[in-house]
Design a protein around this ligand. Structure first.
Ligand code: BF8
Length: 645
């Protein structure tokens, strides 16, 4: 594939449900599928028009194969495929048992997640290198202070010309992927006592690529038969993601595009505009979308939009690419994972620009039912039915302009009679990077530690992860966060969890009304909401940094703090990697969707119990949000007691 756009291969509009539904059936289904009123409203239109969505495909796939659900189907070699069926069929053809199959399947998922984040991180660092070498026109250093701090951390002289500092830093960071040093740099941000614990547990990563490659090796048939080591290696690979690939992606995105600061923004499908050329930016990597944002300000493009009868260009975000732009530039967020098709079915979207990850393969089919053009931009994420316009650091400026021209030229094709945009976008306060939190607190996290120690805030919980059609869209995110803030637990959120709470109004300062007395008092004084938006999924590393900084300030290990993690509606292997690096780093985590481990009581026990002996943290699996909140609260209170708080 070249970088110029190619002829679209046409794909068909997929229709569902097979028969027309009665209005009351449509209403009931929409309410059953999502709690977000704006998503519900668009979903009803979608069902009236019989455009297929993820929920229709989910229904067709149900009930799911119970062997797969329990993790006891194995497709790792051509002697099988095998399933562990019980009775006298307790081993696959090679001889592996349920424990080994479950452990390897889980390691496969962790590796997939760690690889996805880390590959994204690598591309961001490569962009920094290209900038430094004068090969990325349009890019610049938007946070020079952070560049210098990182240079210092990597023992690089930061006094020279900025390009030279950026080049040395980018090279040092790229080295982390295949390093032969046997250790990663940024993990040293954790307290020394935590590092010792992780070393003893054999989960200190030796290099980003190395842990993922070793994971792929370990899941091959015949590489040992001991499930425990396989599961433990998953922690190591995930730590390489959290303290390596993802953290690099987050930090260098801040260097290139600015470290998020607190700002107001708007959320839900209502951010689309009737009289504007609407363009959504979907995926994960800010390297291209930042350039599209820059291009959208060009006077000639604004003029071009006017020439086709539009008032201007309206960029909106979806999923984590949207969040990257939201956090740094305040671009409105149209929705989270299960909203992506609905953005198209409003009939008001001229172009959906995608990079990679979490993009439904059928988006081009959805677009085929409307006038929307799907524009794919990454050579590693081709999409049949899309217009391919490769964006790389060298051509991003030029390609971004062309993409917007294409979107503008598509505006007259909008079918006015089929447009429905819900009213009332929701306001939210966003941009809570660790640096922004420190600024709000007067330059240090000490005041936060003090209100935790005093008990006004009982502890902090990171609520992260996706949507999953197994769960009513957004419902568990809202229920868990609401219950925790009611109990004076400060929530910090990322990814689709954060979007869910923002859409529901829980990220407005007024939401302190829903918080307990102590949390209400603290957030009220600061004028901030009780749930803080910390960014995209690679920004879960901001949560790691926050916990590491608090632990260093308190002079304790990370696992000793009254903190926890939660992924109430996760779907993605990336979320499994995140959950494992949370637990590996000492942050016990509750999963609202069970990972595929039910077929091995031993692997389940290792993750939900025995692992605590190694890292002082563990998993819970609890789909019911109130019960999950109670587990977290008890855990936090135990940690407080142990610290004598
Ligand atoms: O990385 S939360 S559905 S969009 S995987 Fe995907 Fe999950 Fe959303 Fe971002 Ni994260």
């Amino acid at each position: 594939m070249g970088e110029e756009y190619v002829e679209i291969i046409s794909v068909e509009c997929l229709r569902a449900p097979p028969k027309e539904l009665k209005p009351e059936e449509i209403d009931a289904k929409a309410e059953e599928r999502t709690v977000d009123p704006s998503s519900q409203a668009v979903l009803k239109k979608t069902m009236q028009e019989r455009t297929e969505t993820v929920w229709d495909r989910f229904d067709k796939q149900s009930p799911h194969c119970k062997f797969c659900v329990e993790g006891i189907s194995c497709q790792r070699c051509a002697m099988g495929p095998c399933r562990i069926m019980g009775g006298d069929r307790t081993r696959g053809v090679c001889g592996n048992d349920a424990d080994l199959i479950v452990a390897r399947n889980l390691l496969d998922w962790v590796s997939m997640g760690a690889a996805s984040h880390s590959d994204h991180g690598r591309e961001v660092v490569e962009t920094l290198l290209k900038y430094a070498r004068g090969r990325a026109p349009g890019y610049m250093i938007q946070d020079e202070n952070k560049l210098k701090k990182l240079a210092h951390e990597y023992d690089i002289d930061s006094d020279g010309p900025i390009e030279a500092v950026a080049e040395s830093l980018a090279l040092a960071m790229l080295d982390e992927f295949g390093t032969i040093k046997g250790e990663l740099q940024m993990i040293k941000r954790a307290p020394a006592a935590s590092l010792e614990l992780w070393k003893a547990a054999s989960i200190l990563p030796r290099g980003i690529d190395r842990e993922i490659v070793e994971a792929m090796h370990r899941i091959h048939m015949g590489v040992g038969n001991e499930y425990r080591g396989v599961v433990v290696h998953g922690f190591r690979a995930s730590m390489a993601d959290g303290w390596g690939g993802s953290m690099l992606g987050m930090e260098v995105s801040d260097v290139l595009f600015g470290t998020p600061q607190i700002k107001n923004a708007r959320f839900n499908l209502g951010v689309l505009k009737q009289d504007h050329v609407n363009v959504s930016l979907h995926g994960h990597n800010p390297v291209l979308s930042e350039m599209i944002l820059e291009a959208s300000m060009l006077p000639e493009l604004k003029e071009r939009a006017k020439s086709v009868g539009a008032e201007g260009i309206n960029l909106v975000g979806l999923c984590c690419t949207g969040t990257e732009l939201l956090m740094r530039k305040g671009i409105p967020q149209a929705g989270n994972h299960l909203d992506q098709e609905l953005a198209i079915t409003t009939g008001a979207l001229e172009a959906m620009v995608v990079d990679y990850q979490c993009i439904f393969p059928t988006l081009t089919n959805t677009a085929a039912c409307y006038h929307t053009k799907v524009i794919s931009t990454s050579p590693k994420a081709g999409m049949t039915g899309s217009i391919y316009m490769e964006i790389n650091p060298e051509n991003a400026r030029e390609q971004s302009r062309k993409i917007l021209e294409l979107a503008i030229d598509n505006y007259p094709n909008r079918s006015r009679g089929r447009v429905f945009i819900p009213d009332r976008p929701m306001d939210a306060m966003v941009g809570f990077s660790v640096e922004a939190i420190e600024n709000a607190l007067g330059g240090s996290l000490k005041p936060l530690l003090e209100v935790i120690a005093s008990g006004k805030i009982r502890g902090c919980v990171g609520i992260v992860g996706c949507n999953n059609p197994h769960i009513r869209h957004d419902s568990n995110h809202l229920a868990l966060a609401s219950e925790l803030i009611r109990r004076d637990v400060l929530c910090v959120e990322t990814g689709c969890a954060a979007i869910a709470c923002a859409k529901a109004g829980l990220m407005r300062p007024e939401a302190i009304d829903k918080a307990g007395r102590g949390l209400r008092e603290v957030c009220g004084q600061l004028g901030i909401p009780p749930i803080l938006h910390m960014g995209s999924c690679v920004d879960n590393t901001r949560i790691l940094n926050l916990v590491a900084k608090l632990a260093n300030l308190a002079g304790v290990r990370m696992d000793q703090l009254p903190v926890a993690g939660a992924a109430p509606e996760w779907y993605s292997p990336k979320a499994v990697a995140i959950a494992k690096y949370f637990v590996g780093s000492g942050v016990s985590t509750v999963l609202g969707v069970s990972p595929r481990i039910g077929g091995s009581p031993k692997v389940s026990r290792l993750l939900t119990d025995d692992i605590e002996n190694m890292v002082n943290a563990k998993f819970w699996v609890e789909p019911e949000p109130k019960k999950a909140a109670a587990l977290i609260y008890d855990h936090i209170e135990n940690k407080r007691r142990d610290l004598g708080m």
